[in-house]
Design a protein around this ligand. Structure first.
Ligand code: CP
Ligand code: NVA
Length: 303
């Protein structure tokens, strides 16, 4: 039987996403208690790139659900010496109940998942970050309300986090306004797909136009993992900083979100990060609740 992977938002049904979000709210309301819902299950967590939130939140989620975790980095495994992803997936499937992987190459993730006989969870690739978006949507529902009424303004890089929001928009009915520098725009194919599936998406290059009247203002680092060497980014993205002036255009009821880690003074100022409109630390906390819901989904234990 094909295991139930969680590799992207695009391949989930709106009903499955709704059930995951509901489970996230439910486990948050339940509190940070220990249960035995995943007793006997072990999650392997493989990291090719650094992580704070994804690593700690999955580890805590498994422990609080009564399961166990094993963490390793690609370089300390035989993967680093050329063992294939498929063989690694086959071996790990004999050891653990599910695998969460962070690797930049999305194709590598799908190769791993195709060979795995246990569920595989995408802990971030260059293409997408679906676990982050589950936490973000939970945060929006609790801070501003029903998703289908919201307009999300994305300001900054056309990156993996934005791509994942675009996968979610048509399934959950929120609108998006995007402002990126032309040289770092989102791939037109992803915008077209979201629109074709029914999402209302406005695309431009001007931050003030994007955030005017928005319910949520979102940004991310100007250079994602793997892009840090592109020095010109610092210059190109400067007009895309989320600061108090830009938040004033959005209005006082808008919230500010960022998946973190933030580069204070670059994509966001201290005043916005630490101000009353900031939801960034709720968003980080919600990673724990979101991971519990995603684990419940892959193990067929929702609700
Ligand atoms: N937001 C996020 O995925 O954070 P980490 O890189 O710390 O896991
Ligand atoms: N877009 C960022 C997200 C980090 C959590 C990156 O890929 O580095």
């Amino acid at each position: 039987m094909t295991p139930k992977h969680f590799l992207d938002i695009a391949s989930q049904t709106p009903e499955a996403l709704r059930a995951i979000l509901d489970e996230g709210h439910r486990v948050k309301a339940e509190g940070r208690i220990r249960t035995d819902r995943l007793r006997g299950k072990t999650l392997a967590m493989l990291f090719e790139k650094p992580s704070t939130r994804t690593r700690f939140s999955f580890d805590l989620a498994m422990r609080e659900l009564g399961g166990d975790t094993i963490v390793a980095s690609g370089s300390e495994m035989q993967l680093g010496r050329g063992e294939s992803l498929a063989d690694t997936a086959t071996v790990l499937s004999r050891y653990v109940s599910a695998v969460m992987i962070r690797m930049l190459d999305h194709g590598g993730l799908t190769t791993f998942a195709e060979a795995a006989q246990v569920p595989v969870i995408n802990g971030l690739t260059r293409k997408s970050h679906p676990c982050q978006i589950i936490a973000d949507l939970i945060t929006i529902e609790e801070r501003v309300g029903a998703l289908e009424k919201q307009t999300l303004a994305w300001v900054g890089d056309g990156n993996n986090v934005l791509a994942t929001l675009l996968e979610a928009a048509p399934k959950l009915g929120f609108r998006m306004r995007i402002a990126t520098p032309p040289e770092f725009a989102m791939r037109p194919m992803l915008i077209d797909t979201a629109r074709r599936l029914g999402a209302e998406i406005e695309v431009g290059t001007e931050p003030q136009g994007a955030v005017r009247g928005a319910d949520v203002v979102i940004t991310d680092s100007w250079a994602s993992m793997g892009d840090e060497d592109e020095e010109e980014r610092r210059h190109v993205f400067r007009p895309y900083q989320v600061n108090e002036e830009l938040m004033k255009v959005a209005g006082p009821s808008a919230i500010f979100m960022h998946c973190l880690p933030a580069h204070r003074g670059e994509e966001v100022t201290n005043a916005v990060m630490d101000g009353p409109q900031s939801a960034v630390f709720d968003e980080a906390e919600n990673r724990v609740h979101a991971q519990k819901a995603i684990l419940a989904y892959v193990f067929d234990r929702l609700g």
